[in-house]
Design a protein around this ligand. Sequence first.
Ligand SMILES: NC(=O)c1ccc[n+]([C@@H]2O[C@H](COP(=O)([O-])OP(=O)(O)OC[C@H]3O[C@@H](n4cnc5c(N)ncnc54)[C@H](OP(=O)(O)O)[C@@H]3O)[C@@H](O)[C@H]2O)c1
Length: 305
Amino acid sequence: MSSPEVSVVTGAFSYTGKYITRRLLAKGQQVRTLTGHPNNPNPFGDRVSVYPFHFDQYDELMKSLQGATTLYNTYWIRFAHGAVTFEQAVENTSVLIKAAEQAGIQRIVHVSITNPSENSLLPYFHGKAIVEQWIKASPLAYAIVRPTVIFGGEDILINNIAWLLRRFPVFPIFGSGTYRLQPLFVEDMADLVVEVGQQHENMVIDAVGPDIFTFEKLVRLIARVLERRVLTVHVPPDVGFTLARLIEPFTADVLITHDEITGLMDDLLISQQAPTGHTHLEHWLLQNRENVGKVYASELQRHYR
Ligand SMILES: NC(=O)c1ccc[n+]([C@@H]2O[C@H](COP(=O)([O-])OP(=O)(O)OC[C@H]3O[C@@H](n4cnc5c(N)ncnc54)[C@H](OP(=O)(O)O)[C@@H]3O)[C@@H](O)[C@H]2O)c1
């Protein structure tokens, strides 16, 4: 009997990585995870073995990758905070790619972002573009998957918009509110990631949902589903940012960054390609309206404890 294929997934206890891991296990694969939180509860028990990221211990990192066929890489940071910087995230990813090559990984499925650009002034989009270039230049076979905003049980953006709508009678819209998003359901994202992981050719694909919303329409949709009569008020982006700052002490989190507002307003979270996901945000919201936004989802709590 041949032994099962081994895959490595970064962040199997976090968000997207958890959904990817579920699918790989269901396919009978063995999964290892690399994580910054190796002591977090392991929902998969002994079906997933756990290794710290070891970005600064190359040999250990390589050992954690040896014997695996495919690396599913979700590792990235949402914003720079404290000692955590985008430069470091780019450097860490470069180390991970090199270790994957040397460890004999055959294929990398790398999660990027819609519209990355080496010319972007936004470190998130710039860093993602640099990493994509390295992956394309590496001998690894690759699938680069570029998602827009991902929604689902543990998402942050949609959940926290709902959280705000549940608590405040007024919702500030940055600028015109006509900039757009094309949210993708996390289960559709994981389906795509695992599907392209089974293929062999090199590819770059946007991962986007079936609906494009303006930001204002998105906020109004969530308010409608929650049956909240909330006044949307257009404010200059800097004023919106300042208001977000005022709320932050109540959340002990970074609600949104200047760069995220810029990325949103620059229409970077939509695709020119055909949708890959089929789940409609409205449908999901209707099914989950009892829970969405009930509890604030904290980035700092997740990644900076
Ligand atoms: N969520 C979205 O809406 C969205 C939209 C577009 C693109 N993406 C991209 O999709 C990928 C997965 O996103 P996700 O939201 O599912 O991420 P996630 O599960 O929260 O995190 C993915 C991985 O990155 C690590 N990580 C995250 N923030 C970190 C930090 N500040 N310092 C150190 N490590 C950190 C996590 O470490 P632990 O294992 O220790 O948790 C985990 O291994 C990322 O590459 C992201 O850029 C996400």
